[in-house]
Design a protein around this ligand. Structure first.
Ligand code: ZN
Length: 309
């Protein structure tokens, strides 16, 4: 099996419905809209490395000077007190140079953190995220800075990526569209940064549960509580029928809401539902068809329509 063949599933939702855009060197998940890193395509060998321990050792040995190296100095100050007096003149100079370096690096990190945490608070309050999520995101961001992962990226995109990860870990997922709107960073960039940071820090994140999206989507679509709880039932049935695996959780949640809304005579267009969930109308249509056929929901919708007449 070639390395490239390894990329068959979306790392976010495990969907196999992927589109490869050769010109841009990107793979896009048609289910959840996630853009897989171009790295995965062009340098598939490199990204494979991060799966195993080899990536870790490669980074430690071959990499150019980064914060990663200085991190060691940050935790334990360069030269403990007594050591200094054992050093000769030359070494002593070196010692003071290192101290100066260390000081500069740590103040740079502190400055970055201060700005970043303010931005993190802003985005988090815009999205009305719980305090626990905000704290987790701050922790992720701090680790990212200490490991030198922010270099070459904007602070804002790493903040957004950290928040996205924290939301997922706390089962209060937000869509990439929502993160994008709140942070002003392009969806693709957030996805990319999120993947990079979680991979580098070894943060494991399971695909989110479609039901976790229902309440927010329903309220954005102004659907009744009955419709909402009905859509959760539909999702449970869909899960049992294995209609959810390999499909983007946002798409299936939206489709379940769409069906439930039809049943309760609260029709929303596929466009409206798709917009709220940040997926395409085609996704809604496909998921909708699957739900109708596999769960035998057609009769329920017809019943409602008759009742309405
Ligand atoms: Zn996906």
């Amino acid at each position: 099996m070639s390395r490239r063949n390894a990329i068959k599933k979306c790392p976010e939702c495990a969907a196999t419905n992927l589109t490869f855009n050769k010109n841009r060197g990107e793979i896009i998940c048609n289910e959840c809209g996630f853009v897989l890193e171009d790295k995965m395509v062009d340098f598939s060998q490199e990204w494979r490395e991060f799966d195993s321990d080899t990536g870790e050792s490669r980074r430690r040995t071959g990499a150019p000077m980064t914060y990663t190296q200085f991190d060691q100095g940050l935790g334990t100050e360069v030269g403990q007190k007594g050591d200094l007096f054992k050093l000769g003149g030359k070494d002593r100079n070196k010692f003071f140079r290192l101290r100066k370096w260390q000081y500069r690096i740590s103040t740079a990190i502190e400055r970055n953190l201060k700005l970043a945490l303010a931005e993190l608070k802003r985005v988090s309050s815009y999205l009305k995220l719980p305090r626990s999520v905000e704290e987790e995101a701050a922790r992720v961001y701090t680790l990212a800075v200490q490991r030198g992962l922010v270099r070459g990226r904007t602070m804002e995109s790493v903040v957004a990526g950290a928040l996205y990860a924290a939301c997922r870990r706390h089962d209060v997922p937000r869509t990439l569209d929502e993160l994008s709107e709140a942070s002003g960073i392009e969806k693709k960039e957030i996805g990319r940064t999120y993947r990079f940071v979680t991979r580098e820090l070894g943060i494991k994140i399971l695909p989110s549960n479609p039901a976790d999206y229902i309440a927010r989507f329903a309220s954005a679509l102004k659907l009744s509580a009955e419709t909402q709880s009905n859509s959760v039932e539909i999702l449970e049935k869909a899960q049992k029928a294995e209609l959810t695996s390999g499909r983007g959780p946002t798409g299936i949640a939206a489709a379940a809401l769409y069906v439930a809304a039809l049943m309760h005579g609260e029709k929303r267009t596929q466009r409206e539902v798709a917009d709220v969930a940040g997926v395409t109308e085609v996704t809604i249509r496909n998921r909708y068809k699957e739900l109708l056929e596999q769960l035998n929901l057609e009769k329920d919708i017809k019943k409602t329509k008759k009742r309405k007449k």
